[in-house]
Write a new protein. Structure first.
Length: 289
């Protein structure tokens, strides 16, 4: 246990190693989704050109969170030095610190995600993630800078509440990087395996429901790593993978889902109200499953 703690306590100081985990996870699931795809995605041009658009957002997301890392370290150290936060108030042992820190940070991911769906102004930024009509492993970090910044703020808030030390923070960040790639990857798991996974973790099929083009399915399954928040707070939904269609039925033109500049500018150019919405796509009969 001591070696694990020592590894994660200093992982923040090794950005190349962290980048290796991110890139390695993306490449691993990129290969897997090519071998066992959930659906045969028909890209507008090529899978690579689709990936380039999403990687553009990924780079910006990483820059923002690299800058926020300075605040994360300072806040975590302040909590340790002052004894502020749940882990110190409860006098938690090492295992308790990890559990409290990881669960608190995962709740921050659920909470900010739920708020972005419920608050109209914040939804302008988050809808860029949902506008992807071809959900694959590269979709996971397709976040508008406004979306990324808000996630960082909530992450800091839950570090303050939990008092999570850096080793607990880095364990969670490693988990969320791997899980994000896994849940967005266009992979087909046996239905029973996916179902059993979803009792504890966010499974691929569970998260794909969140990317369905129509509400109320879009407004469900907000979790990042653990499914407990959606199950406890009433936001869990199921939908057969064969019925899922990606994209948005309003708010954004699905034909522009790979227009990087339009996606970057879109939150700032008009209000996202139903009367301003892009007309809904006509319903299409679901394939037999």
């Amino acid at each position: 246990m001591e070696s694990i703690i020592a590894y994660f306590a200093t992982l923040e100081q090794r950005p190349l190693e962290r980048m290796g985990l991110l890139v390695g996870g993306l490449l691993f699931f990129w290969i897997i989704e090519g071998a066992i795809p959930l659906v045969r995605l028909k890209y507008r041009r090529t899978k690579f050109s689709h990936a380039l658009v999403n990687f553009g957002f990924t780079v910006i997301h990483l820059i923002i969170h690299t800058a926020l890392a300075v605040l994360i370290v300072l806040l975590s150290d302040w909590c340790r030095n002052t004894g502020f936060g749940l882990v110190y108030w409860l006098h938690a042992g090492v295992l308790g610190v990890i559990i409290i820190g990881v669960l608190a940070l995962d709740f921050s991911s659920w909470l900010v995600h739920w708020i972005m769906h419920k608050q109209a102004y914040l939804w302008r930024y988050h809808l860029i993630h949902h506008s992807d009509n071809k959900v694959d492993v590269t979709t996971g970090l397709r976040h508008h800078p406004g979306d990324s910044l808000l996630r960082g703020i909530f992450f800091l808030l839950l570090i303050l509440v939990s008092g999570a030390p850096m080793y607990s923070v880095m364990i969670y960040q490693t988990l969320v990087v791997i899980t994000t790639a896994f849940t967005h990857a266009n992979i087909s798991l046996p239905k029973k395996l996916d179902k059993w996974l979803s009792y504890i973790l966010i499974s691929p099929n569970m998260h794909k429901v969140h990317h369905h083009w129509k509400q109320p399915y879009t407004d469900s399954n907000y979790g990042a790593v653990f499914s407990v928040w959606d199950r406890l707070l009433g936001t869990y939904k199921e939908l057969d993978p064969g019925r899922i269609r990606y994209g948005l039925d309003r708010y954004y033109d699905n034909e522009k889902d790979e227009d990087f500049l339009s996606l970057m500018k879109d939150p700032f150019i008009k209000k996202r109200q139903p009367e301003d919405a892009v007309p809904a796509r006509p319903e299409k009969k679901s394939p037999s499953t």
